[in-house]
Each structure stands twice: as C-alpha cells, then as structure tokens.
Design a protein. Structure first.
Ligand code: COA
Length: 127
C-alpha cells in the first residue's frame, strides 16, 4: 500500500524504527492522508479520533522535504478533525521536528522522553 511505502522508507529504513512498532494496531482505526506526485506517494500522516485527536506518522520522503508537503498533510488532518468537532489535537513529536510543528501553532507540553529509541516531546493545540 502506498502509505506503507512512505512510512517504510522514512521511519523503518531512515530512522531504524522497528516495523512491528511502526505498523501498529491503530492504523485500521485512523484517518490517513496521503500526498501523491503522479503515481508516487510522497507524504503521509494519520489522525486517531478515538485517541482524543492524536496525530501521528507524519512523514515526507527525503527528496520532497522543505516544499510545504508536511504542512499540507497537517492542514488536511486538522481540517478533518475540525469537521469531526475534535476539541484538540496532540501527538508525540520527534524533538528535531518541534520547530516544524511550532510553526503550525502547536506547543510543547511535556518533558523529553524516548519512544522507538528516538527523543520525543508531547505537543498539542486546541482546535
Ligand atoms: N526544523 C525547522 N523547521 C522546519 C523543519 C525542521 N526539521 N522541517 C520543516 N521546517 C519548516 C520549513 O522550513 C517550513 O517553514 P516556512 O513555513 O517558514 O517556510 C515549515 O516548517 C513547513 O515545512 P514543510 O516543507 O511543510 O516540511 P516538510 O515537508 O519538510 O516535512 C517533516 C517536515 C518533519 C514531516 C519531514 O522533515 C519528515 O518527514 N521528517 C522525517 C520523519 C519525521 O521525523 N517525522 C516527524 C515525526 S514527529
């Protein structure tokens, strides 16, 4: 599946995340966004409304970064959350990506912690 290819390339191959952890049981309950360039899936992200508006798995293939696609994925997830009247959005952000999310209005609301062996913080925003 196209989404899995992006996540496999970005999280499993580039960031060494365990595939068992990457492709978890929440996937089938989430709403997924995928951006295509022609036939190629290049960016993705997911929203878990049953987990109180949890965003996750935001990934853009390396060659397509810094072109606004990550922001596009987030905006589409946010628009869907608003449609469904989610009161807030939150997620665990890799610390290197904090400035990316801050530009979208999210704020850090936790200490740093490890997830999949990668430093993370929790971030959130009211809808
Ligand atoms: N640090 C600081 N600023 C960043 C940034 C970073 N790592 N990544 C993007 N930005 C900025 C851009 O410069 C841009 O700023 P501007 O509006 O002033 O021009 C804005 O954030 C939007 O950037 P965009 O081009 O939409 O981001 P992207 O398509 O490169 O996607 C990620 C950003 C984090 C999703 C992408 O780098 C990625 O997939 N990384 C690997 C996977 C990952 O770590 N995902 C996050 C898991 S929490």
């Amino acid at each position: 599946m196209a989404i899995d290819e992006v996540r496999d390339e970005v999280f499993v191959l580039e960031q060494n995340v365990d595939p068992e952890e990457e492709f978890d049981e929440r996937d089938r309950f989430c709403t997924h966004v995928v951006v295509y360039n022609g036939d190629i899936a290049v960016a993705t992200g997911r929203l878990d409304l049953e987990k109180d508006g949890k965003i996750g798995r935001v990934a853009v293939r390396k060659d397509y970064r810094q072109q606004g696609l990550g922001r596009l994925v987030m905006q589409r997830l946010e628009a869907f959350a608003m449609e469904k009247s989610a009161p807030r959005l939150w997620f665990h952000a890799q610390t290197h990506a904090v400035p990316f999310y801050e530009k979208l209005g999210y704020r850090v609301c936790s200490e740093e912690f490890l997830e999949a062996n990668i430093p993370h913080v929790q971030m959130e925003k009211d809808c």
